[in-house]
Design a protein around this ligand. Structure first.
Ligand code: ATP
Length: 383
């Protein structure tokens, strides 16, 4: 499936801005982003509940513009299960097949197969109101999958469930998707959910896509400050590229040290941010030698806070220039935990060079900054 330049405006507001995406057949693809970033609107345009103002949605090479939702080779699972309350579980799942005129024996066979797949054949004669939320969502899934859509669209389907149930269903949804091989396009604002389930993730912000990549890459090599902050903790050290050395950039960090990292397309003289994930940082009291890891890079700072989290201790360290870095120290050894520096201590933060990564300011933030610069009255702009 391909989205080409897909745009949706509500009055003056652009909810989805010239979106280009290619989703492979059989892929578990997730649209991830904060509330209001345009992910549901994108899904609704694929489903046919909303028409784009510009651009094309191509499914199997065919532009589906103008096709009503029920004629498209898609099915949608919503957060509110939207089951028919007066029909049994079995009849809910059979509904679409019966409307299409599929023969009775085949309907029975397919309905049973899908209810078995989601573990609910035993509840086939119950009404939706006699099931738990998680069970109702399984019925909604079976009802969508039984129609063998080319693409299954899922809009925060686990959003109404409690955390434990959600985690169980995440694994189950992924298993079902792998088993049936249908393309899933999944909408969520939950980064952990996206990392757990997806083959690839599109991270959206203010109507645009900031990065499309597999989970490990989005986490380990975010392409913008927004992605770095939305997926995980925003551990950003601002700086300026002083020069390029082959593929690498030499960056003068505001924190007062110079580091080298892959340039990632950022040129000499450009502002950027260096990212190191919290679990990749080591903290040692200032002046005390680190464990002597090869080629280590480091920066000095002061511990602003220390919080015990059970499996780990989280330190926040303030660097020169004001940026704050979060460090996650695993609580594997009690003596080591006891000796961690406390609030106010001068410390050194270090990391190995493969764990530092350069990112640009996010596209949407740059666009907003440009917009503000243009629309600011001259008097304010001068001041
Ligand atoms: P959420 O997780 O909160 O649903 P989202 O990323 O799915 O967020 P959308 O529902 O796609 O966001 O909405 C994107 C933006 O478009 C929002 O600012 C929303 O207020 C606006 N919007 C969506 N539908 C309409 C509408 N029918 N009329 C006007 N504005 C709308």
């Amino acid at each position: 499936m391909t989205l080409e330049g897909v745009t949706k405006r509500f009055g003056d507001f652009t909810a989805v801005d010239a979106l280009d995406l290619t989703i492979d057949e059989g892929e578990f693809f997730t649209l991830l982003g904060p509330s209001g970033c345009g992910k549901t609107t994108t899904l609704r345009m694929i489903a046919g509940f909303e028409q784009p103002d510009a651009g094309q949605v191509l499914i199997d090479g065919t532009d589906v513009a103008g096709q009503p939702a029920h004629k498209r080779p898609t099915n949608t699972v919503f957060q509110s299960y939207a089951l028919f309350p007066h029909l049994s579980v079995k009849d809910n799942v059979a509904y679409g097949l019966k409307r299409k005129g599929v023969g009775k024996a085949e309907v029975e066979e397919r309905v049973q197969a899908e209810l078995e797949r989601v573990g609910l054949w035993g509840e086939a004669n119950r009404r939706p109101s006699q099931l738990s939320g998680g069970q109702q969502q399984r019925v909604a899934l079976a009802r969508a999958v039984v129609n063998l859509p080319k693409v299954l669209l899922l809009d925060e389907p686990l959003g109404a469930l409690d955390l434990k149930l959600r985690k169980g269903l995440q694994i189950e949804l992924k298993r079902i998707q792998q088993e049936i091989g249908i393309t899933f396009v999944y909408v969520t604002h939950d980064q952990e959910e996206a990392l757990t389930m997806s083959d690839r993730i599109a991270v959206m912000n203010r109507g645009i896509v900031e990065q499309v990549a597999p989970p490990e890459e989005v986490y380990e090599r975010p392409s913008t400050t927004f992605v770095a902050g939305f997926i995980g903790v925003s551990n950003l050290m601002p700086g300026v590229v002083s020069r390029l050395e082959g593929e690498n950039a030499v960056v003068d960090l505001d924190a007062g040290v110079t580091v080298t990292a892959p340039a990632n397309g950022i040129g000499a003289g450009e502002q950027c941010h260096a990212v190191v994930r919290p679990e990749k940082l080591y903290v040692t009291p200032k002046g005390q030698d680190a464990a002597g890891r090869a080629n280590e890079q480091s920066v000095e700072g002061v511990v602003a806070s220390s919080v015990y989290l059970g499996t780990a201790t989280q330190l926040v360290v303030e660097l020169r220039g004001g940026s704050r870095m979060t460090v996650l120290c695993p609580n594997t050894d009690e003596a080591e935990r006891q000796s961690l520096p406390g609030g106010g201590a001068d410390v050194r933060l270090s990391w190995t060079p493969e764990h530092i990564h350069l990112v640009r300011e996010s596209g949407a933030e740059r666009a907003t900054a440009d917009h503000e610069a243009v629309t600011l009255p001259a008097s304010q702009a001068a001041g």
